[in-house]
Design a protein around this ligand. Structure first.
Ligand code: PLP
Length: 389
């Protein structure tokens, strides 16, 4: 494959002024990531600071009800509550080895902002988080967390004042701050080399889960399922299984309310190829190529695009991309809480919802592995409002 491309998708469509820091990052990845010094430092951060390895949890009650084995990879148990810390620790450590003294990052719901601020504090880096002004108002708890962790929050007033605009603002800021600053991108998307870099740091999910399934069941799972926002937890789960032909891989996009004309975030199912945030990928756009607003009950899935490797894995047929709607995710959330004693994030609830909605398709006794990307405490207000309505 062409460097930086996944089939036709990916690439690096950025202003000339952003090429130097992206090329510096590419070179640093090649020089620093393979070194034993970097890898052992990262291993110890992931273990002693973030809480890896995460458990693989068998769900006895749901498995009995469904007639197949349901296994959860517990990324919800990580420090800061989701898989995002795998990526921010990796990138913050890389930035430090590159001699940088500061991080910038974008955030939508605030989860990546919190994880970036925590990694920056731990590694002694200054940190600035770009966040759409609309999101600053909607996600005040995470704004407060980010500030308590010592990072600055820059509200972005342009465009729709949400994640898409925060990414544009952070990329612009990087142009003038590249000498001492690393841009810690939050998902497996954006210009090359970010999709590769984020997959590298998130693949620990799939590597661990693969070994844990083999140890516990003596076999690989028949299915591995993950929710897809930008695509980082999903590619982290899928990448170590892509060569295992017997393992069916399912990405789940957010379908919104499911009413005709509703906002949703299903860029693979309902989008078309185009360029956004420096990459060629599947996007929600109108006939003139204007990006359409996305929506979901789950703030972390609310993004009008998707990482380019997912666009490729969809086109090649290796991964199937389904949809779960808001009410299905809510039902799955409640089910997991009561049946298994786990409060999943609304994002992860979409992955679980797809499994519950398609239960008839699984052969009895199948082993189904779901990535539980995060914990649901952050979503309690939204969930109580939705269930009350
Ligand atoms: C941010 C987030 C997601 C979506 O982002 P991806 O890059 O697609 O993984 C999913 N689950 C949780 C818990 C999140 O915080």
């Amino acid at each position: 494959m062409r460097k930086g491309y996944f089939g036709d998708f990916g690439g690096c469509f950025v202003p000339e002024l952003l090429m130097p820091p992206l090329m510096e990052l590419e070179q640093a990845m090649a020089a620093i990531l393979p070194s034993e010094a970097f890898q052992s430092e990262l291993r110890s951060l992931l273990k002693d600071f973030a809480g890896r390895e995460t458990p693989l949890t068998f769900c006895p009650a749901l498995s009995q009800e469904l007639g197949f084995e349901l296994w959860l990879k517990r990324e919800d148990l990580l420090h800061t509550g989701a898989h995002k810390i795998n990526n921010t620790l990796g990138q913050a450590l890389l930035a430090k080895h590159m001699g940088k003294s500061a991080l910038i990052a974008e955030t939508g719901a605030g989860q990546h902002g919190v994880a970036a601020a925590a990694a920056a504090a731990r590694l002694g880096l200054r940190c600035t988080i770009y966040m759409g002004a609309e999101d600053v108002e909607r996600q005040s708890a995470n704004v407060r967390r980010i500030k308590l962790l010592g990072a600055a929050v820059r509200p972005v007033e342009s465009g729709s004042r949400t994640l898409k605009d925060a990414i544009n603002a952070a990329l612009r800021a990087w142009i003038s701050e590249q000498a001492d600053t690393h841009y810690c991108f939050g998902t497996a998307a954006g210009p090359y080399p970010f999709p590769d870099l984020v997959r590298e740091f998130q693949s620990v999910i799939g590597r661990e889960a693969r070994a844990q399934m083999l140890e516990r069941t003596g076999a690989l799972p028949d299915y591995a399922v993950a929710a897809v926002g930008g695509g980082s937890n999903a590619i982290g789960m899928f990448a170590p299984f892509v060569e295992d032909e017997s393992v069916r891989l399912i990405g789940v996009e957010a379908g919104g309310t499911g009413e005709p004309g509703c906002l949703h975030s299903a860029a693979i199912n309902f989008g078309r190829p185009g360029v956004l945030h420096g990459e060629y990928t599947m996007l929600l756009q109108d006939e003139d190529g204007q990006i359409l607003p996305s929506g979901s009950i789950s703030a972390g899935l609310d993004y009008p695009g998707v990482g380019p490797e997912h666009a490729f894995l969809h086109r090649s047929g290796r991964v199937k991309y389904g949809i779960a709607y808001d009410h299905e995710a809510l039902a799955a959330f409640q089910k997991l809480c009561r049946a298994e004693g786990i409060l999943p994030a609304l994002e992860s609830s979409h992955a679980l919802a797809w499994v519950l909605e398609h239960r008839e398709e699984f052969r009895p006794g199948s082993r189904v592995l779901v990535n539980l990307s995060g914990r649901g405490d952050k979503d309690m207000d939204i969930i109580e409002r939705a269930l009350g309505a």
